[in-house]
Design a protein around this ligand. Structure first.
Ligand SMILES: Cc1cc2nc3c(=O)[nH]c(=O)nc-3n(C[C@H](O)[C@H](O)[C@H](O)COP(=O)(O)OP(=O)(O)OC[C@H]3O[C@@H](n4cnc5c(N)ncnc54)[C@H](O)[C@@H]3O)c2cc1C
Length: 329
């Protein structure tokens, strides 16, 4: 086990304006404790300095705590403040705030960032790189990376959240610990017209679908892909897409099936206009029955499925929709 290098205490960033603070702070505390990472400073956003007494019980006990008053999490103003710290090691919680700050601050600091970090080791020797691990290819491979130049910015994986069994209570903050208070400019910045919060979707519903339609590039355009969606709704099936369909902005990336997205194990799956690349097939190989529609009888998927239909996927979808609708009348 390499010896921990003492010059790397962490600076932690948390968003106290969000209802997710307890989960986010819990994830950071679990990480710091399990990896024996010493903390130097905890920077927390807060709506009101009056909330600090409550927040202090939630955030990791650090020798220095900076409370930054902000009306809401507004990346540009928060980044302008946070960029002044430039620590050697910065830890960010899982979630939108942590991911955004981790990526954008590391770019401003010209450091290195990794999101979804499940494991971390200090450099084995002075001047060496720390190593981090994260799951890649849709949780199929645990990869180990060396980080580049410091500041090293770690965006933690969601798996750090939760209360571990037999977790010791937080130690009290060191007796000489101190709080400092900062206020960000009030209101919204001049360049911001409007702010809309969108829910983050994940591909969990595809992974759990019992029936699945998948739209490939062979469907041609947004109207073709929409046909697959309409047909899936009539069949009460889930529907996903191959990666290039999402990359061409024809569908939400949360709908990708394959190593870069959902791995499904439905009772049956129907792939329409998908060639059958290995990276895609990995997402449907757990299907009880796989059918494919492709205009090319030589397409790789035609050998790998249980039922191969040679034909125009758009025409077949249009017919299926008409049949399903007539069956309901
Ligand atoms: C690291 C990495 C990760 C990847 N991860 C994924 C992943 O998770 N998921 C994924 O899908 N891909 C992934 N890919 C991409 C993958 O390798 C393929 O490029 C992709 O799956 C091809 O998508 P497609 O079948 O829709 O398109 P294409 O390969 O272009 O195939 C289109 C098919 O449609 C057929 N076709 C054309 N017109 C019609 C029609 N009118 N009717 C019926 N059929 C028609 C064609 O004959 C062809 O077979 C990954 C690639 C890499 C390098």
């Amino acid at each position: 086990m390499p010896e921990k290098l003492p010059e790397n205490p962490a600076v932690v960033f948390l968003d106290g304006t969000s209802g997710h603070l307890p989960t986010a702070a819990g994830a950071v505390k679990n990480f710091l404790r399990e990896k024996s990472v010493p903390i130097d400073l905890c920077v927390t956003l807060t709506r009101e300095f009056g909330e600090v007494d409550n927040l202090r019980r939630i955030v990791p006990p650090a020798p220095r705590r900076h409370w930054v008053r902000a009306d809401c999490y507004q990346p540009e103003t928060v980044l302008a403040h946070a960029a002044k710290y430039r620590p050697r090691l910065a830890v960010f919680p899982p979630g939108v705030f942590g991911s955004e700050m981790c990526g954008r601050l590391s770019a401003r600091w010209r450091g290195s960032a990794m999101l979804g970090v499940t494991d971390f080791d200090f450099p084995r020797e002075a001047g060496g790189p720390p190593s981090v691990k994260k799951w890649v290819y849709s949780q199929n491979l645990l990869a180990e990376f060396s980080l580049g130049e410091p500041p090293w910015c770690l965006g933690l994986a969601k798996s750090w959240a939760g209360t571990p069994k037999n977790a010791p209570p937080d130690p009290p903050p060191p007796p000489d610990s101190r709080d400092d208070f900062f206020s960000l400019p009030p209101g919204k910045p001049a360049h911001l017209e409007n702010r809309v919060e969108l829910a983050v979707k994940d591909s969990g519903e595809l992974a759990e679908a019992r029936r699945l339609l998948v739209a490939g590039l062979g469907l041609g355009d947004a109207a073709g892909v929409a046909l697959a969606g309409a047909c899936a709704r009539l069949m009460e099936a889930g529907w996903g897409v191959t990666r290039p369909v999402a990359m061409n902005a024809l569908a939400d990336p949360a709908k990708i099936v394959g190593v870069s997205g959902a791995t499904a194990s439905p009772d049956w799956a129907l792939a329409l206009g998908a060639s059958g690349a290995a990276a895609f097939l990995a997402g449907v190989e757990g299907a009880g029955y796989l059918a494919a529609v492709n205009s090319d009888p030589e397409a790789p998927i035609m050998d790998k499925c249980d039922l191969a239909v040679v034909g125009d996927a758009r025409e077949i979808l249009a017919e299926m929709i008409a049949l399903l609708k007539s069956g309901r009348e």
